[in-house]
Design a protein around this ligand. Structure first.
Ligand code: SF4
Length: 182
């Protein structure tokens, strides 16, 4: 199907992201080294969610899934922190980025029902109050949002390759997501 990426970039901004631009899908290069960091479980999501490793598949399986997509947008949510210990601000940004990602993902599915969509964001999928993993199947497998890192994507490198800053200045913090289309 024909996909108007520039229109979707505008729609990403209208849905609440602070920045968005088109994504060159060939820059999505899953790396085992990035994926290995998930196993350290610093985010406490490893092996706790269908969207995260190991349930989201091997690095090769993630790479093969990405290859099914032809277009995309990269999105960012940014906050100015009071200082480096502004943990409330960090938590607020994580919540806002997660909620905006869910909202935009829902918007895309409703507006473009014939488009195949792969939503990738920061952190594990939070669409359900509690993930069904591992006892029952995912409730919304077509809307599940995996973390970019879980797919082995080196996020700052992805931003650089798509001409969008990863660091938006001293005292700021930015979370990144990507939505792929076919
Ligand atoms: S949609 Fe629900 S069940 Fe599926 S991965 Fe996300 S939180 Fe888990």
């Amino acid at each position: 199907m024909s996909i108007d990426v520039e229109k979707i970039v505008s729609e990403a901004l209208e849905n609440g992201f602070n920045f968005a631009t088109s994504l060159d899908v060939s820059t999505m290069n899953p790396l085992p080294e990035v994926r290995d960091m998930c196993a350290a479980d610093k985010c406490h999501a490893y092996n706790k969610n269908w969207s995260c490793p190991p349930a989201c598949g091997t690095v090769d399986e993630c790479a093969a899934r990405i290859k099914e997509y032809t277009n995309g947008v990269i999105v960012q949510s940014t906050i100015e922190l009071e200082d480096e210990f502004d943990f409330e601000g960090i938590a607020e940004l994580g919540k806002r980025h997660g909620e905006t990602s869910i909202k935009f993902n829902k918007y895309l599915h409703e507006k473009y029902p014939d488009m195949k969509i792969l939503p990738l964001t920061a952190g594990g999928c939070t669409q359900c109050k509690e993930c069904t993993y591992p006892d029952k199947p995912c409730r919304f497998p077509d809307r599940m949002m995996s973390p970019l890192e879980g797919y082995g994507i080196f996020v700052s490198d992805l931003c650089t390759k798509n001409d969008i800053p990863y660091n938006r200045g001293k005292g700021t913090l930015t979370y990144v997501g990507a939505f792929l289309f076919a």
